[in-house]
Each structure stands twice: as structure tokens, then as C-alpha cells.
Write a protein that binds this ligand. Structure first.
Ligand code: ADP
Length: 562
């Protein structure tokens, strides 16, 4: 059974005239098996002694062909699998053990099938020579399903690997061949209703050029009655089988077109829509060039699944691009707006200062002088607040352009904390909080002083704002090569789920009404601290207060140790 016999041997002896009950039962059971049971001698060229009827469905050859020595199993085995199969069987025969194999065969019609074989080498004949007995069944559907799954998951991986969807889709189109046909095309819908061919794959690269040429000279449109255009318009899969010369003649726009279509040799075409969030973005076309080779239900489902995944990837990539563009526009707007807003603030600030200086002189003795002075002070405070907000916006636009430049110098963090606390003292008193500065008085390091002031300012102003009028503790200390700044309040606290988020751009843990800020302070603070090579963290319990801890390297870290 395993090899061709140089000369066909005599046919096997006829079955005994009278069958025992167990023989009959065995024959019925074997005859009903979906697959083929066999028994053969351990001689490579001898035909099998028995082959069950299931072999006909499995291979297209009747059992007699094998038993009569006209058909040899090993000749049906796929050449790439043959060596492995023979080695396994010889080893099982030599050791009289069982074996299991999965391999490909070709049927009588040339179709490729996957089979599973379970056999055993046994010492059965009177002279002790080994026999091989076993069972072979068709596992093609399982193997195909396995391949389809592996294909889909590797395609999904490719699609998820990058947001440059044109590139990833071109890869996917290449991978679809020959899994879903000899060729594959991808056409995307353009805003003007035309189709743009994005990728072509063909088992024969010279034919791929033909597909490009067709799309260049005979562009497709969404309004076309058939093909990719119609599939995009209707959102429905289109399957054309047994494509004949007649169809080419009907479809062709002119003689050259007909010539090109004929050259493609296409025999069946499957076109599926790329559909996502209610819109059809394009179409994938798969085709065979072999007569009689069409698309079954499984292949159609696979193609649709592939198109769905591709469409989602395109949609995600486009949404991401749009979001990025929107963020870019917002940042540009913020940058322009904050610069423009800042321009009138400086003269306004100067005018208010002048007014405040002039008032006591020109209105001396006037009873309204004191109230006027109070108005000016309030106006000055509001201008200062507005200028802080605008500075935050300016910082944001600098940060988003990666332009936060530090100018480090010898700076004393203890001194900075003392100064900033002194500025905030009146505000702390106003809200009823006691501001306690503790720890070491001097902690020197190599820092940008203004940015350090900004960090301390943001943390102290938050502690005052959210400190619920209770004491605030601020301290600095040296911890090895780093400096530590801790600002602790006993105020409203921050819910655990918001503790990471509040360091993001425009993020708040309280409503807009209760914040009065833009949600930028901590984002800027963290950006400054990280640019300085440090860290910032928060520990907080709602209702019990928050502790912000900043750690900064005191001196620059050599590049190699970063
Ligand atoms: P904002 O200007 O809104 O205060 P921040 O970036 O400084 O912006 O803070 C972000 C959010 O973090 C605040 O809106 C607030 O909800 C929360 N937060 C910051 N500091 C504290 C604190 N000390 N106690 C409680 N919540 C705080």
C-alpha cells in the first residue's frame, strides 16, 4: 500500500463463502465508518490486504484500486509531507507501536485534503512479520477552520500594529493571497465618489501590474452598476461565479478594456464591503483564475470578517487622526489666544499700580479715597489672577510643543518655600488656614528658580483652595542625593479613582464651580518636575486631606546614569 509496486500482484483470495456473525458485524461497522480502515503488510510494495469502503469518499478511488495494486496511498500524499509520514510509519512498524499523523493528500480530482491517521505496527502474521493496521479520516474542515482562525488573528495583529492604515492594509491584502484566491484588490472610497486603488496582490506579480493598469485607465465610481462601486453603495457582498467571456464583453468600456479584462483570466470574483459605524469606507475584492473554483459559504464569511476588521482599523486610525488634529487646533488656538490676552494685561497692571500710587496724593482728605483704594486693590488681585491663568495657558502651549526650557542655577528650595509661603500667608489667613512651614531651612540644588517657585505656588494654592480652612503643613528635606518637598493639607481630599487623573491636562476632581481653576496646575507642575528629572505623587483620603510629595535630584544626573 505504501509504495508503487513494480508489477501488480495477483488479486487477493476471494472472501470465504460463509461469513461468521462477528465477521459480518465487523464488515458492517467498517463499512459505515466515515473514513477508511486498512490493514497492510510490512512490505513497501505490497498492496493492502484490506481497505474499507470509506476510502472512496475520502480519495475518489474505490477499495479495489488499492487492493488490486493499481492505486498506491503514498502516491496520494503531498510531497512535502511524504518523508515525515513514511518515517513515522516505519518507526511504528519497527517498534510495534501506535502512531498518529496529520498530513495532506490529493484526491482523484486533484483536490487537496487534510487527513488524520491513527495506526499501529503489530506482529501478527504466522512468520511474525509486522502488519500495519489503522484508520484514516478527513479533517479538512477542521484544518481550514484552524487556518482561518490563525489567519484572522495574525491579520488583526497586523492591523493593530500601526495607525498608518494604508500600510497595514497593503500587508493584509498580500496575506489574503492565496488564502482567499489568486488575487486580492483593495479600493477605498474618496470624498468625490471615486474609488482609489490602495493595494493589489496576486500570486503572479506580473498579473498584479494588470490590476493597477485597469484602475489607472478605467477608474471605478461609487455609482457603477456593479463591482466595488456597487458594493460600497449598497453595503452588500457581491459574488460573481463562472465569469465568462460574455461578462467581460458586457462590462468592458472599450476594446482595450476588454483586452485587459480577458488578460486577467478571472473566473470568479468576491467583493465585500469595508463597513464601520454605519459607513462603507471601501471594498475588498478577491478572485480566482481557475475554472470551477468558486467561493463557498465559509470563504465568504472569512472574507467578510476580514473586511470588518480592516474597516474597524481604518475607522480607528481616521478617528485618531481627527482627534489629533482637533488637539493640535486647540493647542494652536490656546497659544494664539493666550498671547493676545496677555498683551493688554501688562499695561493694565501698570495703570492700576500707577492709580494705586496716585490715589492717596490726589484724593487726600476725600472720604471716598479709602473705598477707591479698596476697589483698586481688588482690581489688582483680579489682574494678577488673570495673568496666572494666562501664564498657565502659555505654559500648556509651550509644553505641547516640547518647548519647556529650564534655566538652572544654584537655588535654595528652603528659601523658595519660605518666600512663596510668605506671599500666600494673607490668602491662608483669609480662608482661615494656618500655614506652617517646617523642616530644613536650607536645601540647595541646581534648579530653575522660577519654575521651582511655580511648583511650590501650585501646591500651596491648591492646599489653600481645597484645605477646608484647616492647617496646612509644608516642609523640605534632603534625602540622599535628592530634595523632598511635602505639602500636606487636612481638607476635602481626592477620591482614589481621580488621584492619577488630576495630573492630566484640564483634569479636575471637583466640579468646575468648586475649582475656579483650569485643571492645568498639576499638569504643569508634573511636567516641570519631570523635566527636572524628579517625581511627584499624591496620597489622599477623601475628607481627611491630601499630601503631595515632590522629589528632585539636587544636582544634574550624568546622562549615562539616567
Ligand atoms: P485646578 O486649577 O483645577 O485646581 P490643578 O491641576 O491644580 O487644577 O488640580 C487639578 C484638580 O486636582 C483640582 O481641580 C482638584 O479637584 C484636585 N486637587 C488638587 N490639589 C488638591 C488638594 N490639595 N486637595 C484636594 N483636591 C485637589
Amino acid at each position: 500500500m505504501w509504495g508503487p509496486q513494480p508489477e501488480a500482484g495477483p488479486p487477493p483470495a476471494p472472501a470465504p463463502a460463509r461469513e461468521s456473525d462477528s465477521e459480518r458485524m465487523l464488515r458492517t461497522l467498517l463499512g459505515n465508518l466515515r473514513g477508511m480502515a486498512y490493514r497492510c503488510p510490512d512490505e513497501p510494495h505490497s498492496p493492502p490486504m484490506y481497505v474499507s469502503p470509506g476510502v472512496l469518499e475520502l480519495t475518489g478511488y474505490a477499495p479495489e484500486g488499492f487492493i488490486g495494486g493499481h492505486v498506491f496511498w503514498r502516491e496520494l500524499i503531498h510531497p512535502e509531507d511524504l518523508q515525515r509520514v513514511l518515517e513515522t510509519i516505519h518507526a511504528a512498524l519497527a517498534s510495534r507501536t501506535a502512531f498518529t499523523l496529520a498530513y495532506r493528500i490529493h484526491t482523484r480530482t486533484g483536490e487537496e485534503r487534510w487527513v488524520w491517521e491513527r495506526g499501529m505496527g503489530i506482529g501478527e502474521s504466522p512468520d511474525g512479520a509486522a502488519l500495519l493496521e489503522g484508520f484514516i479520516t478527513d479533517i479538512t474542515p477542521f484544518k481550514r477552520a484552524e487556518h482561518r482562525q490563525a489567519f484572522l488573528s495574525s491579520v488583526s495583529e497586523t492591523l493593530a500594529s500601526s495607525l498608518d492604515y494604508e500600510d497595514t492594509l497593503a500587508h493584509v491584502v498580500q496575506r489574503a493571497v492565496p488564502m482567499l484566491g489568486e488575487g486580492c484588490l483593495l479600493d477605498m472610497l474618496e470624498p468625490d465618489g471615486s474609488l482609489r486603488r490602495l493595494a493589489v496582490a496576486h500570486v503572479d506579480p506580473t498579473r498584479a501590474e494588470l490590476a493597477w493598469e485597469l484602475s489607472r485607465h478605467y477608474p471605478q465610481w461609487r455609482e457603477d452598476p456593479g463591482g466595488a462601486g456597487a458594493v460600497i453603495r449598497t453595503g452588500r457582498t457581491e459574488l460573481l461565479e463562472n465569469v465568462s467571456d460574455e461578462s467581460f464583453i458586457q462590462y468592458a468600456k472599450d476594446a482595450r478594456h476588454l483586452e485587459l479584462l480577458r488578460e486577467t483570466g478571472v473566473t470568479s470574483v468576491l467583493t465585500v464591503p469595508l463597513h464601520a459605524r454605519g459607513r462603507t469606507l471601501g471594498a475588498l475584492t478577491f478572485f480566482h483564475c481557475r475554472a470551477g473554483r468558486g467561493y463557498d459559504r465559509e470563504e465568504r464569511l472569512l472574507a467578510e470578517d476580514l473586511a470588518r476588521r480592516a474597516a474597524l482599523a481604518v475607522d480607528n486610525a481616521r478617528l485618531y487622526r481627527e482627534a489629533q488634529l482637533a488637539v493640535q487646533l486647540r493647542d494652536e488656538f490656546l497659544s494664539v489666544a493666550s498671547h493676545e490676552l496677555k498683551t493688554p494685561l501688562t499695561p493694565l497692571h501698570l495703570k492700576l499700580s500707577a492709580l494705586s500710587r496716585e490715589l492717596p496724593r490726589c484724593c487726600a482728605g476725600d472720604t471716598r479715597s479709602e473705598s477707591l483704594q479698596r476697589h483698586v486693590t481688588v482690581a489688582q488681585r483680579q489682574v494678577h489672577k488673570m495673568s496666572t491663568l494666562i501664564n498657565s495657558l502659555l505654559d500648556i502651549s509651550r509644553l505641547s510643543r516640547g518647548k519647556l526650557k529650564l534655566e538652572p542655577e544654584n537655588t535654595d528650595l528652603g528659601e523658595v518655600l519660605g518666600e512663596v509661603s510668605a506671599w500666600f500667608a494673607p490668602e491662608a489667613v483669609r480662608v482661615g488656614s494656618e500655614l506652617r512651614v517646617e523642616g530644613e531651612a536650607h536645601v540647595s540644588g541646581w534648579w530653575d528658580r522660577l519654575r521651582l517657585e511655580q511648583v511650590v505656588t501650585n501646591l500651596l494654592s491648591n492646599a489653600i483652595r481645597y484645605g477646608a480652612g484647616r492647617p496646612i503643613h509644608a516642609r523640605v528635606a534632603v534625602v540622599g542625593a535628592r530634595a523632598r518637598l511635602v505639602v500636606r493639607d487636612e481638607g476635602i481630599g481626592i477620591p482614589p479613582e481621580a488621584q492619577e487623573r488630576i495630573f492630566g491636562k484640564f483634569e479636575r476632581a471637583v466640579s468646575e464651580r468648586h475649582s475656579g481653576g483650569l485643571g492645568l496646575g498639576l499638569y504643569i507642575t508634573r511636567s516641570i518636575v519631570e523635566t527636572m528629572g524628579g517625581t511627584i505623587r499624591v496620597d489622599s483620603r477623601p475628607g481627611h486631606g491630601s499630601t503631595f510629595t515632590v522629589e528632585l535630584p539636587r544636582f544634574p544626573i550624568p546622562e549615562t546614569r539616567r
